[in-house]
Design a protein around this ligand. Structure first.
Ligand SMILES: Cc1cc2nc3c(=O)[nH]c(=O)nc-3n(C[C@H](O)[C@H](O)[C@H](O)COP(=O)(O)OP(=O)(O)OC[C@H]3O[C@@H](n4cnc5c(N)ncnc54)[C@H](O)[C@@H]3O)c2cc1C
Length: 433
C-alpha cells in the first residue's frame, strides 16, 4: 500500500504495540494492524482523488478535521488524466486561499471574456465589464490535481493510491466503514462520515438503495471530438463557434498547446478521423468572413466524449455524502463540471466544520438541499449553452432561425450578455447558518 506516492512511499509513522495489534499513528489517523487485516480509523473517509475529493481533503485539513483519501488509480494516472481546463473566478480564489496558487499564478491564463462566433463573425462577451471585474482562468485540471496532491503530501496527510475493490458499509449507523484491498491485503477504514467523491462511474452512488434516490438524466444526440495540438492558440480567448456543420470550440492549455473540439456523433469512430480531416473540419467551422486563420500543429492526443445532464437526488444517504460527478454530470459546454465539484465540497466542509466544532447538524442535514440549488442552476446554464450552440439533427428551419436569433440577442443585449457572463465566471457561493 502506498501512502502518498503510490509506490510504497511510506511516511514515518508513530508505532505503538498493544492488545496483540500494532497501532500506527499518522497524525490523528490510526492504523490497527493485525496479520490478516488492517483496521484504520479517521473522521472523514474520502473516496476518490479527483477535484472533489482532494479539494475536500484540503478544506478539512484547514479546519483541523482528519481524513483519509482512497483512490483507485495510481498517482501518475490521476496527475496525467486530461480533462477540464476552465476555472471559475471562485475556484481560482479558493486555490490561492488554500496556498496552492503558486503555479496557477505563473502558468494560468486569465481570460476576461469569450467569443461567440456565428454567421462567420465573432462577438466578444466581456466578462470583466459585465460582472464587476471577474474573469476565468485556463489551467488544466491535471495541473490542479498535481497542486492538490503535492499540498496534501507536504502536510503528511494520507492518500492511498491503487486501492482495489472499494466498498462502503454501515451507512445508516454511527460507524460507517470503507472496505478495500491494497497490495492483496483486505483493509477496513472506519469513519464518522464517508464522502463519495468517486466520479460518475464510482461505487458510492450505486451503494445507495435505488428506491432512496431519484435520478434525472438526459443524453444528448451528439458528442465532442477533442484534440490537444502542439500549436499556439489561434485566439487569446476561447471561441464558441455555431456553424451549420455543427458546433466547434477553440480552447487552450498553454501558450504552446491548443485544445479544440468538434461536435460529432455520440458514438463517432475516432479511427475515421485522421488528423488532416480534423483540421479540415475545424477550418470550416471556425471560418470567418474576414479570413481569420487557425494555427495547425501536431495532434498529441484525441478522443470522443459523450454529453449528458445527470442529477441524483438527494446527494446524501445516512453517513454517505456525495459530491461532484458522483452526484451530477453537466455537458462540458458551460465548463462547469470541475467547478461544481468544488462548490459541493465547500458546502460539505462547512457542514462538517459546524458539526465537529459546534456539535451542530443543521447544515449537514441540509447538505443535499443546499448543493442542489446550485446544481440545478448550473444544469440550466450548461443545458442552455449546449442548446444555443449545437446543431440538432431533428431541428426544423424554424428552430434554426430561432437559435440564430438567440445568439444575436445574447451578443447585442447587455442584459442577455450579462446573464451569460455571470453564470460563466461562476455564481457566488452562498454560506449557511
Ligand atoms: C473532455 C472533458 C472536458 C471537460 N471540461 C471541463 C471544463 O472545461 N471545465 C469544468 O469545470 N469541467 C470540465 N469537465 C468535467 C470535469 O472534468 C469533471 O466534472 C470533474 O473531474 C469532476 O470531479 P470529481 O472529483 O467529482 O470526479 P472525478 O474527476 O471523476 O474524480 C473521481 C475520482 O475517483 C476515482 N474513483 C472512481 N472509482 C473509484 C473507486 N471505486 N474507488 C476509489 N476511487 C475511485 C477516480 O479514479 C477519480 O480519480 C470536463 C470533462 C471531460 C471528460
Amino acid at each position: 500500500m502506498g501512502f502518498g506516492c503510490g509506490a510504497g512511499d511510506l511516511f514515518s509513522l508513530e508505532k505503538l504495540e498493544r492488545d496483540g495489534c500494532v497501532e500506527y499513528r499518522f497524525s490523528s489517523t490510526r492504523w490497527l494492524i493485525t496479520t490478516a487485516e488492517i483496521h484504520m480509523r479517521t473522521q472523514v473517509g474520502i473516496i476518490g482523488a479527483g477535484p472533489a475529493g482532494l479539494f475536500l481533503s484540503l478544506l478539512l485539513q484547514r479546519i483541523g478535521i482528519e481524513s483519509v483519501v482512497l483512490e483507485l488509480h495510481s498517482r501518475q494516472y490521476v496527475e496525467e488524466r486530461i480533462r477540464a481546463g476552465v476555472l471559475e473566478h471562485g475556484t481560482v480564489q479558493l486555490m490561492r486561499e488554500l496556498g496552492i496558487g503558486e503555479r496557477l499564478n505563473k502558468q494560468g491564463l486569465e481570460h476576461g471574456g469569450i467569443e461567440l462566433r456565428f454567421g462567420g463573425r465573432g462577438h466578444r462577451i466581456d466578462f470583466r465589464e459585465l460582472t464587476g471585474g471577474k474573469s476565468v482562468t485556463i489551467y488544466a485540471q491535471h495541473e490542479v490535481i498535481k497542486d492538490l496532491i503535492a499540498a496534501r503530501l507536504k502536510a503528511k496527510k494520507p492518500i492511498i493510491f491503487e486501492a482495489q475493490d472499494v466498498s462502503v458499509d454501515g451507512l445508516g449507523g454511527d460507524t460507517p466503514s470503507i472496505n478495500f484491498r491494497a497490495n492483496g491485503v483486505a483493509e477496513k477504514l472506519e469513519c464518522d462520515f464517508i464522502a463519495g467523491c468517486d466520479g460518475f462511474h464510482g461505487v458510492c452512488r450505486t451503494s445507495i438503495p435505488s428506491e432512496a434516490l431519484t435520478i434525472y438524466d438526459r443524453e444528448y444526440p451528439f458528442g465532442w471530438l477533442g484534440i490537444l495540438a502542439q500549436a499556439p492558440p489561434s485566439s487569446h480567448e476561447l471561441i464558441y463557434a455555431h456553424h451549420d456543420r455543427g458546433f466547434a470550440l477553440l480552447s487552450m492549455r498553454s501558450p504552446e498547446i491548443s485544445r479544440l473540439y468538434l461536435q460529432c456523433e455520440p458514438d463517432e469512430d475516432i479511427a475515421q478521423w485522421p488528423d488532416a480531416r480534423i483540421w479540415e473540419e475545424l477550418h470550416k467551422r471556425f471560418a470567418t468572413t474576414d479570413g481569420g486563420k487557425l494555427t495547425e500543429g501536431p495532434v498529441i492526443q484525441k478522443g470522443v466524449t459523450g454529453m449528458r445532464s445527470f442529477v441524483t437526488e438527494p446527494m446524501q444517504y445516512g453517513k454517505l455524502l456525495l459530491a461532484g460527478d458522483a452526484a451530477h454530470i453537466v455537458p462540458p459546454t458551460g465548463a462547469k463540471g470541475l467547478n461544481l465539484a468544488v462548490a459541493d465540497v465547500r458546502v460539505l466542509a462547512q457542514a462538517l466544520g459546524d458539526f465537529y466544532e459546534n456539535g451542530k447538524t443543521q447544515i449537514l442535514e441540509r447538505y443535499s438541499d443546499i448543493c442542489l440549488r446550485r446544481v440545478w442552476k448550473v444544469q440550466r446554464f450548461s443545458w442552455w449553452m449546449t442548446s444555443l450552440l449545437h446543431r440538432f439533427a431533428d431541428a426544423s428551419a424554424f428552430d434554426h432561425k430561432r437559435q440564430v436569433a438567440e445568439l444575436d440577442y445574447v451578443t447585442s443585449s447587455r442584459a442577455a450578455a450579462q446573464t451569460l457572463a455571470e453564470n460563466y465566471v461562476g455564481l457566488p457561493m452562498e454560506f449557511y447558518e
